[in-house]
Design a protein around this ligand. Structure first.
Ligand code: AMP
Length: 375
């Protein structure tokens, strides 16, 4: 018989989260009404999740673990050695093996290959000669990426001409193993987010269409338009991944839409920025369902309530009262210090009549200091 890893009814429900950024904050916000308290491990003490629970330093792993038995993460690049430092009785979801794969773009790509999930053509790059060969074989432009540690477009170099090859190597050559990918002239980018419970039960949210500006997600439109034929394919790729990885929790798969069909770009073993709309826009959010899955609880329904648009607040905050004066705008302030290119919060627009969305977006644009990609 299946025995979910869960807290006993007698013990206070407690969850340890690696990382204390805004994703940890929103996980803890979703956990609270379920009677689940979160604690965090992060090198930064003044982090967004600190309002929701104690943040322990990595030097204080012992206190972070305490009597807790269940752990999860909000940031995939935590060192695997931190997970290995957990006591034997502890369980972490998503599983360690899934993390090891998603921490390395080369392993990730070979996992997609093994499951026949189409990806951009790619080559592993360990030296300048590899890079030159990759340019010959893939053609230019191509995208050179660090295999580990990159996020929000960081650790990437678009090699446009033969002159860029040496410069790209100078820029990224010392950053460990690299991957060169053929440049995909995609029509648009979408993401599929799903959750898998300890029982193997899987739920999918509606696909989001994602718009980036300078490598950072600017906004997500839900549902992504014209995705009737793409949705079952995206969900099938997701199901293959979730089952192959024996995954528990929320997994995100970013996809390019091309004239030839969907190509997988990358996956994130966690709740994802392109799923923030689910807080107001879905019956059960990605955050709540991740908590439910990790804690061995039944999953909630993922149905879309209403079409919506999620807009990131980047670099500089708008005036709170201006945003709240908009009809049907939900503000999420992560309480971070302003810094160019930094995600400080998000706004979900979800008017009662979805025809009102374009007008509402027009009203929002002048209120945001950095809304270039929305214009
Ligand atoms: P990533 O960190 O892999 O998600 O890449 C960040 C962004 O760079 C993606 O959302 C795309 O807009 C763009 N990008 C990444 N890989 C490619 C590629 N092979 N071809 C074209 N654009 C890419």
């Amino acid at each position: 018989m299946f025995n979910p890893v869960s807290c006993t009814a007698m013990a206070p429900l407690q969850l340890g989260i690696f990382g204390a950024g805004q994703l940890g904050r929103m996980l803890a916000q979703a956990a609270l009404p379920l009677g689940i308290r979160c604690v965090f491990l992060d090198a930064v003490n003044q982090s967004p999740a600190a309002a929701l629970g104690p943040v322990f330093s990595p030097d204080d792993m012992h206190a972070f673990v305490g009597q807790r038995r269940l752990f999860t993460l909000e940031f995939e690049n935590i060192p695997l050695s931190s997970i290995d430092a957990l006591p034997e009785a502890a369980t972490i979801f998503p599983p360690r093996a899934a993390l090891a794969i998603t921490q390395n773009r080369l392993l990730e790509k070979s996992t997609f290959d093994a499951l026949n999930i189409p990806v951009a053509p790619y080559r592993a790059v360990h030296c300048l000669t590899d890079l030159q060969n990759a340019a010959d074989q893939l053609g230019l432009p191509m995208v050179l990426k660090t295999a580990t540690g990159g996020y929000d477009g960081k650790g990437q170099y678009v090699v446009k001409t033969a002159h860029d090859i040496a410069r790209a190597w100078e820029t990224l050559g010392t950053h460990g193993p690299l991957i060169a990918e053929g440049f995909i002239h995609f029509e648009r980018e979408v993401s599929v987010i799903a959750v898998r419970a300890q029982t193997g039960d899987i739920r999918y949210w509606e696909l989001a269409q994602n718009h980036h500006h300078q490598g950072i997600l600017s906004h997500s439109v839900v549902p992504a338009p014209n995705i009737e034929t793409l949705t079952p394919i995206a969900q099938q790729y997701m199901q293959q991944l979730l089952e192959h990885l024996n995954y528990v929790g929320v997994l995100t798969l970013e996809l390019f839409v091309t004239p030839e069909g969907l190509l997988a770009n990358e996956m994130a073993p966690r709740v994802h920025n392109s799923g923030h709309w689910t807080i107001e826009g879905a019956v059960c959010s990605q955050f709540e369902n991740h908590i439910r899955a990790v804690m061995g609880l039944p999953l909630g329904e993922t149905d879309l309530i209403k079409p919506c648009v999620m807009v990131n607040i980047i670099g500089q905050y708008p005036k709170r009262e201006d945003i709240l004066a908009l009809p049907a705008a939900h503000l999420h302030d992560y309480e971070k210090e302003e810094r160019p290119g930094r995600k400080l919060g998000h706004i979900t627009l979800m008017p009662p009549k979805s025809e009102e969305l374009p007008a509402l977006i027009k009203q929002l644009i002048p209120l945001l200091p950095d809304a270039l990609a929305l214009k």
